[in-house]
Ligand binder design. Structure first.
Ligand SMILES: [Zn+2]
Length: 580
């Protein structure tokens, strides 16, 4: 099942690009970890250093915990998604995305303890490839970024110099900050940078730097890797930010990019088992009897509805089980409230349970599965306000109102037997273009009768921003399961463009689209999503608008003993009139 696809440019190629000019690189003794990171987090608190003897013990504990971490990761199969934007400076010196790349797969590090040292080894690329399965219609492999979940697969005291820097808080977790440098004689590909270690069990919760020294003809990217306390004693990788601004390659080009890697879906097995157990409990003799009292054969119309519902349930359950769809939760209810606003003001009664769900991936897409409206996390992130959200939902609900055909072949359960990595081929919810146009027309009508009718300018503004960015960001716009929001010159709901104001990139009070990651917070263990609690910040310059762009991660770390309190404090601005 380990089918491997290598596109025209694989990521480990990026990671291990030939670079003969390496003799100019800093000596291993020169620390590269920036000291401004903590200051940027704004939560640094300096406390006196531990005594040298205890620091030695601390290092032993850290190494011990890191080996335990690797042992844990061998049993984990999280989803891993990397989204990368290539950047360029325009004439005015402003940095803008000019190209993008997208990766999605499942991380598998189960190869056993004998095969631990893959970083910097000659066969590194191939070994890392063996750790990746389940690629979903991808052109690239995420391994170049996925490996940044690991500090060092053969983490040993003898390879490193450890220097205590200070104590500081990351979120509510007090950490020891330690600079880590490989010794002169250490094998290549060791970690070089700074680690943050929580001061109860001495787990690494963040590491920031690169791998060093690189083989003669290769080099490594820089990264900032974060772990969250997902279960008691388990700090597991959740976010990795990577950035290079001027990395010279031997092709005469320089690398200039930003990339976000997210991991989630750690507890899919547990989730599925719990669901089965609940079903057994519910299925008691009493409930069977209650049903039989009211039972009657379904009328033809009701039977058709039940059949469609069965196909819908099959698809939704499958997407949830493989970690692509969030379990039902509060965000669904918020979406449903907006849908109900649209339906009630238009006197539409659908006679059916309408549901909303969140697709966990970044590319901007929305689609319907029967009577279930699905919106991607990335799309929810970038929409600037409730009116633009209503615009997206109005289009989808129009498909349902107009009774557009839903292929019920998925009602046969055998059609659900396929490998996870085939999901995007097997589950396809694309509509005919005639249906798309009809839904746009109906959606406009629905919006004009709705509470959002006077705020459609911002929805149109979002579409303008999307239209402007679409040529540079094809992978962000490319849907996996539904129709594209913008393809070629056509854009969904294009009638709204006419009434929209012009884009004014220099105005800080005109927010057409938000950066990625600012709205939806994903629990990587349970896959539950909720709205991020970070308060909106005033933008100090137009440079901070960053529509559809990638920013670094600064999650608010907390211990598992206080569940639900982990908040992501992102640098992304959120307008005050955002979705509530
Ligand atoms: Zn559509």
């Amino acid at each position: 099942m380990r089918t491997l696809q290598v596109g025209s440019l694989s990521l480990w190629f990026l990671l291990l690009l030939s670079l003969p000019a390496l003799s100019q690189d800093p000596a291993p003794s020169a620390p590269v970890a920036p000291t401004t990171e903590a200051a940027a987090a704004g939560q640094a608190t300096t406390i006196s250093a531990p005594s040298p003897s205890s620091f030695n013990d601390v290092v032993d504990r850290v190494i011990q915990r890191e080996h335990l971490f690797l042992a844990q990761m061998r049993h984990m199969r999280p989803m891993v998604e990397t989204y990368l934007q290539d950047l360029k400076n325009d004439n005015s010196g402003k940095t803008l995305p000019v190209k993008d790349q997208y990766f999605l797969g499942r991380l598998d590090m189960s190869d056993g303890p004998d095969d631990t040292s893959f970083i910097g080894q000659p066969g590194f690329g191939h070994r890392m490839m063996n750790r990746l399965t389940g690629l979903y219609a991808l052109h690239f492999l995420p391994l170049g970024f996925a490996q940044m979940v690991v500090l060092d697969t053969d983490f040993q005291k003898k390879y490193y110099n450890f220097t205590f820097v200070r104590r500081e808080f990351l979120g509510e977790v007090r950490c020891l900050v330690i600079d880590v440098q490989p010794k002169e004689n250490a094998p290549p590909g060791r970690f070089l940078g700074r680690i943050w270690v929580e001061d109860q069990d001495y787990n690494v919760v963040r590491f920031n730097g690169t791998y060093y020294p690189h083989p003669k003809t290769s080099y490594y990217l820089h990264f900032d890797s974060w772990r969250l306390n997902m279960r008691a004693g388990s700090w597991l990788p959740a976010y990795i930010y990577s950035e290079e601004s001027d990395m010279k390659t031997n092709f005469g080009k320089s690398l200039h990019f930003r990339a976000q890697t997210r991991l989630w879906g750690y507890d899919l097995k547990g989730l599925n088992k719990n669901a089965e157990f609940t079903q057994i409990l519910v299925d008691s003799p009493q409930s069977i009897k209650d049903q039989s009292d009211a039972a009657a054969d379904a009328t033809p119309v009701v039977a058709q509805r039940m059949w469609e519902r069965q196909a819908e349930d099959n698809a939704v359950e499958r997407l949830e089980k493989i970690g692509l769809l969030a379990p039902s939760g509060d965000v669904d209810k918020i979406l449903l409230t907006v849908v109900n606003n649209l339906l009630v003001t238009n006197n539409i009664d659908l006679q059916s349970d309408l549901r909303c769900r969140v697709l966990l991936t970044s590319p901007l897409e929305s689609f319907t599965i029967g009577h279930t409206i699905v919106m991607s996390r990335g799309l929810l992130d970038v929409l600037p306000d409730e009116a633009s959200l209503a615009m997206v939902l109005a289009h989808e609900v129009s498909h349902i109102v107009l009774g557009h055909q839903f292929d019920t072949k998925l009602a046969f359960n055998d059609r659900m037997f396929f490998p996870d990595e085939d999901s995007f081929q097997r589950l396809d919810f694309k509509r005919r273009s005639a249906d798309e146009e009809a839904a746009d027309t109906k959606a406009l009508e629905v919006l004009k009768n709705s509470p959002y009718k006077d705020k459609l300018g911002s929805a149109g503004l979002f579409l303008r921003a999307l239209q402007q960015s679409a040529p540079q960001l094809p992978n962000l716009i490319r849907p996996h399961l539904g129709n594209s929001m913008a393809s070629g010159k056509s854009i969904r709901m294009s009638a709204l463009l006419e009434a929209a104001p012009q884009l004014e990139p220099q105005r800080t009070d005109q927010i057409a689209a938000l950066p990625l990651g600012g709205r939806i917070k994903l629990d990587p263990w349970t896959d539950h999503v909720e709205l991020a609690k970070a308060k909106p910040v005033a933008l100090t310059s137009a440079r901070e608008k960053m529509p559809f762009e990638i920013t670094p991660f600064f999650p608010y770390l907390s211990r598992y003993a206080t569940p639900g309190s982990e908040k992501v404090a992102l640098t992304a601005p959120v307008p005050s009139d955002g979705v509530k």
